[in-house]
Each structure stands twice: as C-alpha cells, then as structure tokens.
Design a protein. Structure first.
Length: 152
C-alpha cells in the first residue's frame, strides 16, 4: 500500500483504530454550542417532542469529528418497547429516513438507545418527521414515539 493510499484510507476511517465509539456531549436543543466547538445546531429550528439535540464527537483516524444528532430523550428512551422496531418516517410524503448506529446507517433499530438521527437535511426538508415503533411495512399502524416539526 502506498503512503498516499494509506493516508486516504485513514482519513476515511478504514483503519481498525479509526472505528472508535462516539463520545457524546449533552447540549440544549436551543442551539447553544458546546464550548469545544462553534458548530451551530442544524436542528435548532425544529420543535422536538420526545427528542433531544446532542453534539457528539467521533474519533476517526485519531482526529475528532464533532456533529449534531437527534436522540430520544431520557423519558422516551426509558419506556418499554416490545414486538417491533424503530424507524424514521415523514408522514406527509411517506419518505423513510435513516439512523446512524456508530459508523453504519440503518433503516431500523431495535433498541431505543440506537435511535440516532444525523441527517439534518432529511429532518429540515419535511414539515414533520416521526420516530415510529412497530412494523415499517405498516407505518400507519406503528406507534409514534417522538416527533420533529418544522413550521414552514
């Protein structure tokens, strides 16, 4: 492997040492940035119910990468969930979103602690986005557990 190829692989997080778990920093959903970064909260315009905006830092190739995500708030995550999966749904269009599970994208997750929405463009381009629990093949029958609303 050439030095250029190795450097590119490391910058993309291909190396095994680059796959570290994220470190999260709780930050108010109001958009106030943590003192470690000046990155604005891309979810600040959203009205959140059952969700919280958090700034997380992931370490890729020894370099910190901070970004904002939405996760279930403590109360919503602590509820009992059985018999389904979580999925992200925009009811006005029927579009589906993705959760980020460490470095992987997933259309569904089983555990409420895995509900991590990193796609601000998806959230901000729909008037309402819902985290639902149930069968993704039947979204109208699934239970809405959390919402993000943008008043357009």
């Amino acid at each position: 492997m050439t030095a250029v190829t190795a450097a590119a692989a490391l910058s993309l997080g291909v190396g095994s040492a680059a796959q570290a778990a994220p470190h999260s920093v709780d930050v108010a959903a109001s958009g106030a940035a943590a003192s470690t970064t000046d990155s604005p909260n891309p979810f600040a315009a959203a009205e959140l119910d059952g969700l919280q905006a958090r700034q997380v830092t992931m370490w890729h190739a020894g370099q910190p990468l901070s970004h904002w995500v939405l996760t279930l708030d403590e109360e919503t995550a602590a509820r009992s969930y059985t018999g389904g999966v979580f999925f992200l749904y925009a009811p006005a269009t029927g579009d589906r979103g993705w959760f980020r599970n460490l470095d992987l994208m997933a259309s569904t997750v089983k555990d409420p602690r895995q509900v991590t929405i990193a796609d601000a463009q998806f959230v901000n381009s729909h008037p309402r986005v819902e985290v639902r629990y149930g069968d993704p093949a039947q979204p109208d029958l699934a239970r809405t557990v959390a919402t993000s609303t943008i008043w357009m």
